[in-house]
Ligand binder design. Structure first.
Ligand code: GLA
Length: 723
C-alpha cells in the first residue's frame, strides 16, 4: 500500500483514512455517532479527537447538535439539513438513530452488486474500511464503505442499507457521500451546459444557503454534470485547496453544497432523493452508487489529474482501456441519413489512404429510417441502402484494412416501428397518460428484464453475425414519464434507478460477450458523460458541437473531471454545421487531437491539399498517441477567460511534451503573450523537432511566446523531447 493506509483505533473510536495526499478522519463520539473531523491535507495519525473542539468554538450547549460534523446525517435529533439517509418506517415517521456496531478492514476493494464502480486489479492496490451502523429499533443496518488507493489520490465511498428488521421500510434518500467541511469561505464549482455546449465550468461564491446541481432526467444530462467542488477563494488552476466529488452513475443525481448557520459547509452527492424511493422488505439490501472524492492542494489541475488517473485506469476497463484507440471516420455529418453503400465505400477508401483505422456507420442503416421519425427498435438492416447487409459492408471495410463500427440507439423505440406495434407497453409510461415524444421517440423500459433481454439479443445478434468492431451507443432523449407497467403503484418511484440497473446489466452482458468490441457512448453528444458509462465504454462522444472554437471550451470544461482519453473529438466540415463558422483545417485537427481523434465529414469532397493535411495530422496523432492517451494533461490557459486557450500533455515518463495553444480572434497590435509550461525538470534540456533547446526551468518560469498567425481560430502545437 506504500504511503496510503487506514489506521483503526477502535478503543478510541477512531478511523483515519490516509491517502497519498489526503487524510479523512472519522471519530465516534461518546454517544456512538460517527463524526467526520477532517477531510483535507494529509496529517499524521495523532490525537484526532482534539479536532472536534474546533466545531464547538463559541457554541452554547443546546446548539451543539447542529454543529456536529456528522458523517451520515439523518433526520431527527436536531439535524435540519439534507439527510444522507432517510427511511419511512411503518409508524409513518422517518427518525433514524444509527449507532456504531463494528468495522472490517480488508485488502483490495469489493465490487458493488449491479453497479459500475472503481476497482483494483490486485488486493495490494487498496484497503477498504467498512463501518457498520445500526438503528436497533428498526433493525436497519448501514454499511459505509471507504476505499483508499495506493496509487491514486482518490477516496471511493458508498453505502449499503439492509433491512434486518421485521417490517418493510421505504428508503426516501440514500446519498453516496455527505461530507462536512470546516468553515465556509469557499467558492463552488460545477459544470453547467446544454446540448451543444456541455460542461462549462461555473464558479460562484458559497453563501449561507443550499447550492444544488441536479438531474431529474433519468440521465446525468447535458445541463449539469454529476460533479461538484468547493475551492478556497484564492485557489486557481495551479494552487490552493480544492475538494471535489463525482458519482459513478449515469442517471438522475443530486449534488449539493450547503452552508449552515454555524458557518460550516456540507458537500453531498448521490441518487436524487425526489427521483428514487425504494421499498426495502425484511432481508433486502440496497446499494448506493459510488462517489469518488478528491482533495487537492494543487488547485484544479491537481484535482483533475487525480480524477483522470483513476478514471482512465481504474474506472475504465477492458481490452481497449490501455490500447491505442483507432483513428476513426464517422459518416454522420458527412452524409446524415442520405447514403448508399457505394458512397460509404468511397469515403472509406479516402479514409484508408490518409491512415484512418476505423470506419463508423452512424444512424440510418436499419428499418426504413431515412429520417429520425421511425424504426428505432427494429435493428434489421435496410437492404435498399446496403444490399449486402451489414455483413457485406463490414467485409468490404475489413477488405480495405479498416475496422468497422456501427451506431445503435438500443434504449429507444419509435412509435412507428414493428417493435412498438408488437409491444406498446415496453416503453416507460404512466397509466392512461400521454406518452411524451422527443425526437419522435419513446424510451424502452429497461427496468423490465424482458425488455433488457430483448435489447441484449437485438444488439448481440448483429455483433455476432456481422463483424462489428466498434459500437456507438447513443441515447437521444430524457425521461418524461419515468414509470413502468410492471411495478405496483407504491414501487413507481423505483423505475428510474431500476432502469439504470437494467441498462448496466445490458452493458455488462454485451461488453463481457464481446470483449474486443470498442464501445463509445453518446447522448445527443455529451448528455451522459459520466463515470458510470465510462466503466463499460471507455470513450464518450463529447458533444454534437464539432466547431473547433466551441470545442476549446467544451473539451477544457470536460477535462475538469474526465481525461482526454475519454473524449471523442472529430474534424468536421466548414462552414461548421452547428455554428456556420469557418476555421482552418489545421485548427480543426489541432483541437481534435486533444481527444480520441477522428473525422466526421465527406472526405470525397475535400480538396487534395486538405487531404494531404489530414494525412499529416493522422501521422502525427499516431506518433503521439501514447502521450495523448496516457500522459498527464494540464490546463494552462482557459478559453473561458480570454482570447487564448492552452494545455499540455506530458508523457508518463516525463520525456515527451506536447504543448497546444489556440487563439480565437486576431487582435490588432496584440499584447505580448507567454505561456508557462508545467511539471518539467528544471535542469533537464527539452528539444523541439527543429532542434531548438530549452531548459525545463526556462519553459516553466519564463514560458513560451506563442507565434500565432494573423488569422482567427488559429493554433500552435509544439513537441518537445527531454534529451
Ligand atoms: C445524436 C448523436 C449524433 C448522431 C445522431 C444520429 O444526435 O449525438 O452524433 O449519431 O444522433 O441520429
Amino acid at each position: 500500500m506504500g504511503c496510503a493506509v487506514i489506521y483503526v483505533d477502535e478503543k478510541r473510536g477512531r478511523f483515519h483514512l490516509q491517502g497519498r495526499g489526503y487524510s479523512y478522519c472519522l471519530q465516534l463520539d461518546e454517544e456512538g455517532r460517527l463524526l467526520n473531523l477532517h477531510w483535507g491535507g494529509r496529517i499524521p495519525d495523532a490525537d484526532l479527537s482534539q479536532l472536534l473542539s474546533f466545531y464547538w468554538e463559541g457554541a452554547s450547549f443546546d446548539l451543539r447538535y447542529g454543529r456536529l460534523p456528522l458523517e451520515l446525517p439523518t433526520p431527527g435529533a436536531g439535524y435540519y439539513g439534507t439527510g444522507a439517509l432517510s427511511a419511512v418506517n411503518p409508524n409513518g415517521d422517518s427518525i433514524l438513530c444509527l449507532q456504531y456496531k463494528g468495522y472490517t478492514l480488508t485488502a483490495g476493494k469489493p465490487a458493488l452488486p449491479g453497479l459500475p464502480a472503481s476497482y483494483v486489479e490486485s488486493p495490494d492496490e487498496a484497503q477498504t474500511l467498512t463501518l457498520l451502523l445500526e438503528d436497533e429499533l428498526l433493525g436497519l443496518r448501514v454499511r459505509l464503505m471507504y476505499t483508499v488507493f495506493a496509487n491514486y489520490d482518490v477516496l471511493a465511498r458508498s453505502m449499503a442499507v439492509e433491512n434486518a428488521g421485521k417490517a418493510p421500510l421505504e428508503l426516501t434518500c440514500m446519498l453516496s457521500a455527505s461530507v462536512p467541511l470546516y468553515g465556509c469561505d469557499y467558492d463552488l464549482l460545477h459544470l453547467k451546459g446544454g446540448w451543444g455546449r456541455e460542461r462549462a465550468p461555473q464558479r460562484v461564491p458559497l453563501n449561507q444557503a443550499i447550492s444544488r446541481v441536479e438531474s431529474r432526467r433519468g440521465a446525468s444530462g447535458h445541463e449539469q454534470n454529476p460533479f461538484l467542488a468547493v475551492l478556497e477563494k484564492s485557489a486557481t488552476e495551479f494552487q490552493g485547496r480544492v475538494w471535489g466529488q463525482t458519482l459513478v452513475y449515469s442517471g438522475s443525481f443530486l449534488a449539493e453544497a450547503a452552508v449552515n448557520n454555524f458557518g460550516h459547509t456540507r458537500l453531498s452527492i448521490g441518487l436524487h432523493p425526489d427521483m428514487c424511493h425504494w421499498r426495502l422488505a425484511p432481508g433486502e439490501s440496497f446499494q448506493t452508487p459510488e462517489a469518488l472524492l478528491v482533495y487537492s492542494d494543487q488547485g484544479l489541475n491537481g484535482m483533475s489529474q487525480a480524477f483522470h488517473a483513476l478514471i482512465r485506469q481504474r474506472v475504465c476497463r477492458g481490452y481497449w482501456r490501455d490500447r491505442q484507440r483507432p483513428v476513426l471516420i464517422n459518416n454522420w455529418e458527412g452524409t446524415y441519413f442520405d447514403f448508399t453503400e457505394e458512397k460509404l465505400l468511397a469515403i472509406a477508401e479516402k479514409a484508408r489512404d490518409i491512415g484512418v483505422e476505423l470506419f463508423v456507420l452512424d444512424d440510418g442503416w436499419f428499418g426504413k429510417r431515412n429520417t429520425d421519425t421511425c424504426s428505432l427498435g427494429d435493428w434489421v438492416v435496410n437492404l435498399d441502402k446496403l444490399p449486402g447487409g451489414i455483413r457485406g459492408l463490414s467485409e468490404k471495410m475489413h477488405g480495405l484494412g479498416l475496422l468497422f463500427g456501427l451506431w445503435f440507439e438500443p434504449e429507444m423505440v419509435s412509435p412507428d416501428s414493428d417493435l412498438y406495434r408488437a409491444h406498446p407497453d415496453w416503453c416507460l409510461h404512466a397509466k392512461d397518460r400521454v406518452r411524451t415524444q422527443a425526437r419522435h421517440q419513446l424510451i424502452l423500459d429497461l427496468s423490465r428484464q424482458d425488455v433488457q433481454d430483448y435489447v441484449i439479443q437485438a444488439v448481440a445478434s448483429v455483433l455476432e453475425r456481422d463483424g462489428v468492431d466498434y459500437v456507438k451507443w447513443d441515447m437521444n432523449r430524457n425521461m418524461t414519464e419515468p414509470f413502468s407497467a410492471l411495478l405496483p403503484a407504491e414501487g413507481q418511484l423505483e423505475t428510474q434507478h431500476r432502469y439504470m440497473l437494467g441498462l448496466y446489466r445490458v452493458l455488462e452482458t454485451l461488453t463481457a460477450r464481446f470483449p474486443k468490441v470498442l464501445f463509445e457512448s453518446c447522448s445527443g453528444g455529451g448528455g451522459r458523460f459520466d463515470c458510470g458509462l465510462l466503466y463499460y465504454m471507455p470513450q464518450t462522444w463529447t458533444s454534437d458541437d464539432t466547431d473547433a472554437n466551441e470545442r476549446l471550451q467544451i473539451q477544457y470544461g470536460t477535462s475538469i473531471v474526465y481525461p482526454p482519453a475519454a473524449m471523442g473529438a472529430h474534424v468536421s466540415a466548414v462552414p461548421n454545421h452547428q455554428t456556420g463558422r469557418i476555421a482552418s483545417f489545421q485548427m480543426r485537427g489541432n483541437v481534435a487531437l486533444a481527444g480520441n481523434f477522428g473525422f466526421e465529414l465527406d472526405l470525397t469532397a475535400l480538396p487534395q491539399q486538405e487531404l494531404d493535411q489530414a494525412k499529416e495530422q493522422v501521422l502525427a496523432i499516431k506518433s503521439l498517441r501514447d502521450t495523448l492517451q496516457k500522459g498527464v494533461f494540464t490546463r494552462l490557459e482557459s478559453p473561458f477567460e480570454g482570447n487564448f486557450a492552452a494545455w499540455q500533455f506530458l508523457s508518463q515518463d516525463g520525456a515527451d511534451l506536447l504543448f497546444c495553444a489556440y487563439q480565437r480572434l486576431v487582435q490588432p497590435n496584440p499584447l505580448s503573450h507567454r505561456i508557462r509550461l508545467r511539471g518539467l525538470e528544471p535542469e533537464a534540456c527539452y528539444r523541439t523537432e527543429d532542434g531548438q533547446s530549452y531548459s525545463g526551468g526556462r519553459l516553466m518560469e519564463v514560458g513560451l511566446p506563442i507565434p500565432l498567425p494573423k488569422e482567427d481560430f488559429s493554433s500552435y502545437i509544439l513537441r518537445l523531447h527531454r534529451s
